[in-house]
Design a binder for this molecule. Structure first.
Ligand SMILES: Nc1ncnc2c1ncn2[C@@H]1O[C@H](COP(=O)(O)OP(=O)(O)OP(=O)(O)O)[C@@H](O)[C@H]1O
Ligand SMILES: [Mg+2]
Length: 340
């Protein structure tokens, strides 16, 4: 059964339409990531699932039960959800124990102490029961927020950029922790993020959002390898997106003609060409583009080449002789073409 079902939900603030006829089904136990740039409507969508925002049109169902259709409305606290926000939203004057116990006390639950200790065990904070928030690190605070969201054993956990306030090392550690919590508890999760690595690493399905619509909903490897639109290719894979025209076996962009890789089939006319930076070959053949910058990234080096007003990025092993300003032959190993 679907844990969460959104049917053509819409939301506008004033004259600005923020979520447009968005439909999404999240199966029980699944982790779906809502991935997209700032302002694309991720948080608004999550808030409509939580009941913190009402859709203008459309239907929200949880566990098969209608919770909002514009008339019927189930209040947020009665939806069986847990929520974690980017800002930890931990009460500064309560101890770790009191923070995590709070939602249970609100519900008048019994056995609060045992439940809180168990939830703190899930996030490896058993030893921090009596600490105050100012005595905790950012990662520990975010774990308290996770424990507080999970203590009531919600059917669905909503996570809004839970890791983006943390430094890189902590973010990766907590990413692993969310994955193992999921394996342990089996909780359905919806994770909002603008970090493609986070979405690809954690999700069963990634919903790539752009301007209030889902442009693609698919497994991470499918989104990465077979992006449905140029936007998805550019946003998720960091691919180069070039606007231009197919002429015979060439692609013309910014007045520069690139040979299409053998086997590429496309009718002549305007297209958007998508090429991953690892599929851009430097120094072999093709038109000469000026090298603008070279960025050493450890396992690889990124090269940026000027193409009119835009930039072509190539990632590969180091070209020892490459200097900024140097004209470098550029060709494409494999591309995807999208008709307008
Ligand atoms: N209460 C509100 N009143 C007016 N406009 C709003 C309100 N909430 C959100 N918006 C606008 O709606 C759009 C979508 O906002 P939303 O917070 O859903 O984006 P987001 O994808 O979560 O972005 P971010 O990654 O920056 O958090 C933005 O343009 C935002 O300014
Ligand atoms: Mg947001």
């Amino acid at each position: 059964m679907a844990a969460v079902e959104l049917i053509e939900i819409e939301k506008a603030f004033g004259a600005t339409s923020v979520v447009k006829k968005l439909s999404l089904t999240v199966r029980e136990g699944e982790l779906v990531a809502l991935l997209g740039p700032s302002g694309c409507g991720k948080t608004t969508t999550l808030r409509m699932i939580a009941g913190l925002e009402r859709p203008d049109r459309g239907v929200v169902k949880l566990g098969g039960q209608l919770v909002d259709d514009g008339r019927a409305f189930v209040a947020p606290e009665r939806r069986g959800l847990g929520m974690v926000f980017q800002s930890y939203a931990i009460w500064p004057h309560k101890s770790v124990f009191e923070n995590v116990a709070y939602p249970l006390q609100l519900k008048g639950a019994s056995n609060v102490e045992a439940a809180v200790k168990e939830a703190l065990g899930w996030v490896r904070l058993e030893a921090y029961l009596h600490r105050r928030p100012h005595e905790l690190s950012g990662g520990q605070l975010q774990r308290v927020a996770l424990a507080r969201a999970l203590v009531g054993q919600p059917k669905v956990l909503l996570l809004d950029e839970p890791l983006s306030n943390l430094d890189v090392a902590l973010r990766e550690e907590l990413r692993g922790e969310i994955a193992s919590l999921r394996a342990k508890l089996g909780t359905t999760m919806i994770l909002v993020t603008h970090d493609q690595a986070e979405a690809l690493a954690l999700a069963d399905q990634v919903a790539v959002m752009n301007k209030g619509v889902i442009e693609q909903l698919a497994a991470p490897d499918v989104v990465y390898r077979e992006p449905a639109t140029p936007f998805v290719a550019g946003f998720v894979g960091g691919a180069n997106v070039l606007v231009g025209e197919v002429q015979g076996t060439s692609f013309i962009s910014e007045g520069v003609s690139f040979a299409l890789p053998a086997g590429t089939v496309a009718p002549p006319g305007p297209h958007t060409l998508v090429v991953r930076s690892e599929d851009v070959v430097l120094g072999a053949e093709g038109p000469l583009l000026p090298l603008q910058a070279r960025l050493f990234m450890g396992s690889a080096t990124e090269y940026r080449l000027g193409l009119g007003d835009s930039v072509v990025r190539a990632v590969g092993s180091a070209l020892s002789h490459a200097r900024p300003g140097q004209l470098t032959p550029v060709s494409f190993r494999s591309v995807r073409l999208y008709a307008p």
